[in-house]
Design a protein around this ligand. Structure first.
Ligand code: HEC
Ligand code: HEC
Length: 161
């Protein structure tokens, strides 16, 4: 009986990790350094190959910022992003924003519309406002803290897994 309970615990633990671990890829130091200086280094899986290509092709005009790299670094980072890029239309957006992809919209459908303008969030691109462990590559539901407890029924207490 005790053993079974322990086994069940281990199993749920592993499943939770596998779920949140969907975004884990072998890191790339160059990418982490260059693409993680102004904002979190967004995981390659969340945009399509084509979107990454277009973004890396005009880093001088990067969402109002200049994120220019030298040619060698650009090439190396693009190769990394494309190798692990997401596939299918759900990971593409004309704006080249992860936060505009169909995948993002669906995954965040339960975030209520009054949460996004919260001063602690400001931009949907500000992933770490809610995904507090994302810097470490952990995007699991366990690591989500809604600012001001908004938008999700009571965050921490609802033990729905
Ligand atoms: C000089 C600062 C700077 C650097 C360096 C930088 N970015 Fe950005 N990036 C920005 C800004 C500013 C935004 C817009 C953020 C917002 O709307 O809140 C942005 C937005 C993005 C977005 C869209 C986020 C979304 O879903 O709305 C992606 C994807 C992105 N950057 C990828 C990269 C990649 C890849 C690199 C490395 C090649 C990089 N960035 C380097 C400043 C930078
Ligand atoms: C306002 C808070 C908030 C912001 C900002 C936010 N998210 Fe989320 N995210 C959530 C919530 C809530 C869920 C849904 C969890 C659930 O299904 O119970 C979620 C789900 C996810 C998941 C799926 C997690 C899983 O294991 O099921 C991923 C991956 C994710 N978000 C990535 C991102 C990325 C990348 C960004 C930034 C471009 C971002 N999120 C911005 C709140 C946020």
């Amino acid at each position: 009986m005790k053993l079974l309970a322990a086994l069940a615990l281990i199993l749920t633990g592993t499943m939770a990790c596998a779920d949140g671990g969907k975004l884990s890829v072998p890191g790339n130091p160059k990418w982490k350094e260059e693409c993680g200086s102004c904002h979190i280094a967004y995981p390659p899986q969340l945009l399509s190959r084509e979107n990454w290509q277009r973004m890396m092709g005009r880093l001088d005009k990067h969402f109002g910022a200049n994120a220019m790299l030298d040619a060698g670094d650009n090439k190396q980072i693009l190769a990394y992003l494309q190798r692990y890029a997401g596939s299918g239309d759900r990971h593409g957006a004309a704006s080249l924003r992860i936060s505009d992809t169909p995948w993002f919209t669906r995954e965040h459908s339960e975030v209520s519309s009054n949460t996004w303008p919260n001063p602690a969030v400001k931009s949907r691109a500000n992933c770490t406002a809610c995904h507090v462990n994302a810097e470490r590559g952990d995007w699991s539901e366990r690591g989500i803290r809604m600012p001001g407890g908004q938008g999700r029924d009571d965050g921490e207490d609802d033990d729905d897994d």
